[in-house]
Design a protein around this ligand. Structure first.
Ligand SMILES: NC(=O)c1ccc[n+]([C@@H]2O[C@H](COP(=O)([O-])OP(=O)(O)OC[C@H]3O[C@@H](n4cnc5c(N)ncnc54)[C@H](OP(=O)(O)O)[C@@H]3O)[C@@H](O)[C@H]2O)c1
Length: 248
């Protein structure tokens, strides 16, 4: 399964900053007919980007943890052919070292349940419009746990399981379901993370290339590629390597 983005109608979550903004830029550059740029604070997005993005972009409010807003989005975007689940949070907490499980629950609510809500809301629309594609922004840490941000890893691992299951469930309707699993990206989220960090534009280019080439799992950047290769060889060795990054 593969699809051309020229003429596509896409929705991107989390377009207030970071990778989400670059998804909108790149979709426009690849000829998307329409991009729904969604964010928790749409007014700020309009102020910052509406002029540059122009008439092909429609900005509206969407918190992926709000079921009513997700349902409204699905009603509004009946023409959708590409869903990009980009919104995410990382509270940088360990499992035991965290003072409570509050941050772990918040990460699960956004990164896993938010993605699940969006996929469930838009699956039939994508099917009705010919199949299309779902792009889930995960992380290489969906496949291996770094203890310093353990609960983030758990939420991304859950979203990876979701990606695999949805891929199977929607195959018959022709929907391509892509897992994007980069290493650290140079955005607010990784502000305190040491270099090297990927340019968000490079991650977006790899993800959109995968849509157009029909590739299911994408590992942008050397760190993700090396960890993925290591996992295939000896996953306990990767676990031992990441175990050095402890909380505190
Ligand atoms: N940065 C990295 O190192 C890295 C590495 C691997 C994967 N990723 C993944 O890449 C994606 C984009 O991250 P980023 O680096 O661009 O991070 P970022 O700069 O922190 O941006 C996160 C975006 O998600 C939005 N968001 C958070 N919770 C939301 C919710 N409930 N509903 C709607 N939008 C919400 C934020 O909106 P507000 O402005 O309203 O907070 C913001 O637009 C995430 O899924 C992240 O996990 C990032």
């Amino acid at each position: 399964m593969a699809m051309k983005l020229d003429g596509a109608v896409a929705l991107v979550t989390g377009t207030s900053r970071g990778v989400g903004v670059k998804y909108v830029d790149a979709l426009l550059a690849r000829g998307a007919a329409k991009v729904y740029a969604t964010a928790r604070d749409p007014a700020a997005v309009i102020e910052r980007h509406a002029d540059a993005w122009g008439p092909r972009v429609e900005v509206f409010g969407l918190d992926v943890t709000d079921a009513a807003q997700v349902a409204d989005a699905a009603n509004r975007c009946a023409d959708l052919t590409v869903l990009i689940n980009n919104a995410g949070i990382n509270r940088m907490q360990g499992f035991v070292a965290a003072r409570s499980a509050t941050d772990a629950r918040a990460e699960m609510a956004t990164n896993y349940f938010g993605t699940l809500s969006m996929v469930r809301a838009f699956a039939s629309t994508l099917g009705a419009n010919g199949g299309g594609a779902i792009v889930n922004m995960l992380s290489i840490l969906a496949r291996a746990t770094m203890p310093v941000m353990g609960s983030l890893c758990a939420s991304k691992a859950a979203a990876f399981a979701l990606t695999q299951g949805v891929r199977a469930e929607l195959r018959a309707q022709g929907t391509q379901v892509i897992a994007v699993m980069p290493g650290a990206i140079d955005t607010d989220m990784s502000r305190d993370f040491p270099p090297p960090k990927l340019a968000p534009e490079a991650v977006v280019a790899a993800a959109l290339d995968a849509v157009e080439a029909g590739v299911d799992d994408v590992y942008p950047g050397a760190m993700a590629e090396q960890l993925a290769a290591g996992l295939a060889r000896d996953y306990r060795a990767v676990e031992a390597q990441l175990a050095k990054r402890l909380p505190g």
